[in-house]
Write a protein that binds this ligand. Structure first.
Ligand code: AMP
Ligand code: MG
Length: 479
């Protein structure tokens, strides 16, 4: 059984994309197939694994009933505006309606050059494709809205990057691929009618109750991002490249190129090799999200009110609502992480006090909260051992105990993961997969991360920070 595609983007948004087909892969081979996701979407895994399915998933054949296309978008990259980005190595194959009636995009990354490729080769390579697969599944298991990988395939090509690499395609599923940058593309060209058309489409797809309420739509996007970024912060996720073309209005996490999880805590932590000024550092993410939302608001001004001053006043108020919503979501999440009983006005200070100590001593963010649950159950020793100087921790613990809920540990362990995609583990799994064609470490890591809250015997190594020998870690954009 093939895939029954719908094509609402293609049908309703003529002029927003280039109808396009991918390159035929010489030898498409499945590296990973996400059976769980295929089931959720009502897709036939046997079909996906068949020659026809593999040709479809690498982009070489346009499936019957689909209108594959490369989407146009623009974007602020590291603060500078690029009016023309677009899917330079990706294709939207079409949309799938799940058995529950939800609409998803099926999108390919690495399927070949498109009219938006600029100087690029339109390709992707196996390491970054698997990295995105793993990170998306980890986020999903952590309960964080995310795009997800349906499959990772090699194409049979050799692609030159920093050496010869196996060419690969990621088949990605998302609530949609409408980005802040999609709006910016048409705003920059002064195409007011197209902006309205895009906004109407986005509202119908994501906020149907709002109908032509564009200010309400902006507020809905702001609310989703405030919650999303609060969730990132609570697990120590650093996106790494929060350009406006990598922020979708659905509120899902998208584009896992240079992302990584915090180990030693610090607002200043940056892993991406290209983020030399730390624009997308861990602690900057809320401010950057709000900055991106201000860019979206600018695009919507003409729809919000015909009087520009009034439109600016209304949009500004909505964008300014980001921080209070973010802080509320963050604090609520931190209360769960710390196992606090109810709410107290001093909870923010309680959280900030220990975070400052953790920053000064670069305490492992994930282990801190798992060991804090042990402290809640009466054993402070593992927690103390994380601090080179435990004195400020010990002082803080007294105040924390006064706020602690009775029998807090089980709840804390439901919100504080034991297993995150630690950098050294991810690198080792990818290295085995790419250099040795050994998928076992990747599969094991994927399984471990699929249930991040339940500590299991035999998996102790997966809870531990990188050994000293791993050295400082850097990530690279997935090209
Ligand atoms: P990303 O860093 O993946 O978010 O991509 C930013 C922009 O660069 C998007 O417009 C991509 O389509 C484009 N791009 C990235 N890698 C390539 C490539 N290898 N070939 C063509 N375009 C690319
Ligand atoms: Mg991108």
């Amino acid at each position: 059984m093939g895939i029954r595609f719908q094509n609402s983007y293609a049908e309703q948004l003529a002029g927003f994309f280039a109808a396009w087909q991918g390159d035929a892969a010489p030898a498409p081979a499945l590296v990973m197939l996400n059976h769980g996701l295929a089931d959720e979407l009502g897709l036939d895994a046997d079909f996906l694994a068949s020659p026809e399915g593999r040709a479809l998933l690498t982009g070489g054949t346009a499936p019957a009933g689909a209108v594959p296309l490369a989407m146009a978008y623009a974007g602020h990259q590291f603060g500078g505006f690029s009016p023309q980005l677009g899917d330079g190595r990706a294709l939207l194959l079409g949309e799938i309606i799940s058995p529950q009636g939800a609409r998803y995009d099926l999108h390919l990354k690495g399927s070949g050059r498109t009219p938006f490729s600029r100087g690029g080769d339109g390709k992707a390579v196996l390491g970054p494709v698997l990295r995105e697969y793993l990170m998306g599944e980890a986020m999903q298991a952590l309960g964080i809205p995310t795009t997800r990988a349906l499959a990772a395939l090699t194409t049979g090509e050799t692609i030159i990057r920093d050496g010869a690499r196996p060419g690969a395609v990621l088949a990605r599923v998302a609530a949609s691929h409408i980005r802040v940058g999609t709006f910016q593309f048409f705003a920059a060209r002064g195409e007011a009618d197209k902006l309205r058309q895009l906004a109407d489409y986005a509202i119908a797809r994501h906020d149907p109750a709002l109908k032509a309420d564009y200010l309400g739509f902006l507020a809905a996007v702001v609310a989703r991002q405030a919650k999303l970024v609060a969730q990132w912060m609570q697990v120590g996720f650093i996106h790494g490249v929060m350009n406006t073309d990598n922020m979708v209005i659905s509120g899902e996490t998208i584009d896992y190129g240079p992302c990584a999880f915090l180990d030693g805590y610090g607002p200043d932590v940056v892993f991406s090799s290209i983020d030399s000024h730390g624009r997308y550092a861990y602690g900057n993410q809320p401010v950057i999200a709000q900055w991106n939302l201000a860019r979206l608001a600018e695009c919507l001004l003409g729809l919000i009110d015909e009087d520009t001053d009034r439109a600016i006043a209304k949009a500004t108020e909505v964008v300014n609502g980001f921080m209070p919503q973010y802080q509320t979501a963050w604090l609520a999440g931190m209360r769960r992480k710390f196992g606090l009983a109810g709410e107290d006005a001093a909870d923010l200070a309680l959280a900030e006090d220990i975070l400052a100590v953790m920053h000064a001593q670069r305490v492992d963010f994930t282990l801190f909260f798992r060991h804090l649950a042990k402290a809640a159950a009466g054993d402070d020793a593992p927690l103390r051992a994380l601090f080179s100087d435990p004195a400020p921790l010990v002082r803080w613990l007294a105040g924390w105990r006064a706020r602690l809920e009775p029998d807090a540990a089980p709840g804390m362990n439901q919100t504080n993961p034991a297993y995150i995609p630690r950098n050294h583990l991810v690198e080792a799994a990818l290295d085995a997969a790419v250099a040795q064609k050994d998928m076992a470490p990747f599969q094991t890591l994927l399984d471990v991360l699929g249930d991040p809250f339940t500590e299991r015997a035999g998996l102790e190594a997966y809870t531990q920070p990188a050994p000293e020998s791993f050295g400082p870690f850097q990530t690279f954009c997935g090209t």
